[in-house]
Design a protein around this ligand. Sequence first.
Ligand code: TXA
Ligand code: MG
Length: 343
Amino acid sequence: MNTELFILEEKKLHNQIDEIAAILKKGGLVAIPTETVYGLAANIFDEQAVKNIYRAKGRPSDNPLIVHVSDLEMAKPLIKKVPKHFFELADHFWPGPLTMVVEKTQLVNNTVSGGLNTVAIRMPSHEIANKIIASAGVPLAAPSANLSGRPSTTAAQHVIADLNGKIDAIAVGEDCKVGIESTVISLVDDKVTLLRPGIITPEQIKGVTGEITIANAVKEELKNGEKALSPGMKYKHYAPLAKVILLESDNDTLYNFIKKEANEDTAFAVYKEHLPFLQGYNVYSLGDRDDYYAVSAKLFGVLRKADEDKVNTLYVLSPPKSGEFLGVYNRMLRAAGFQIKKL
Ligand code: TXA
Ligand code: MG
């Protein structure tokens, strides 16, 4: 299949958005930028188009998709019973990187919901994404625009690498500002549960709802036989081809370790403060260690760069495990297949 590239340009934007919306309305698949990661979009009411998303990504059919809306009116008909806190949370965090899981109506087919009776909904704050949804006039199902299991795509060239030839079009925009996927919470049965951490923190959500439970799988591996609250928790995620190991270490121990372990096939993802001490070694910078926004924006790009550089083993220095870093830590832990090395 020939994949059309729309190089988004201010002067042409209006027409480009309408052309992309027309492809979506006809049942096509288009990768579009959002504030979190690129998404692979299709009209939720066209079940064949939604099936094609699973095929293009190689995604297991029981892993449901997030539905993207451009305004609240578009969301309401999809929700069976509006749960407690839904409107307050929408008021605080939409448009933005928060996804809410609610009970679905018949309008949401089983291909979108992966057979569940719930649906995950979010309203992106990315202006172009929002305008594409509005122009299509229908909600869009959009998982991250990567091959299933690979790191999510935060730059158009990542999408081209994974999906060129497999989908109708790619909207080539700027790199994604947040860099990790949205925070996912369930509001089912009026309980607030964090299913996937993101840049919006549990503390911020609690500030609105007064309560939040963090699913175990956010910080640790699912135990044998433990039920996944979100199907995505079961699957391998964000993994580059390189073997990733999460390192916990103070700076001096880290430098000694790198000096000992360094070889052609091994690389280290560290922070800006470490770079002057590691000149001449294979290192990638995850940015300023105190700036969780910078680190999250860089993470998936670094994982993908390590593959381009044919790295065999990539050691990633762990950030803090909680607070604003919870989302980044969760992605690193999964990319590492839960392998942690304490020095
Ligand atoms: O930032 C994002 O959320 C991006 C952009 C494109 O919007 N999308 C994204 O979609 O990350 P995806 O499909 O890669 O991740 C969706 C996650 C999966 O872990 C899935 O299992 C979970 O949300 N999910 C979707 N529907 C659900 C539901 N009804 N109940 C529980 N979990 C659900
Ligand atoms: Mg994904």
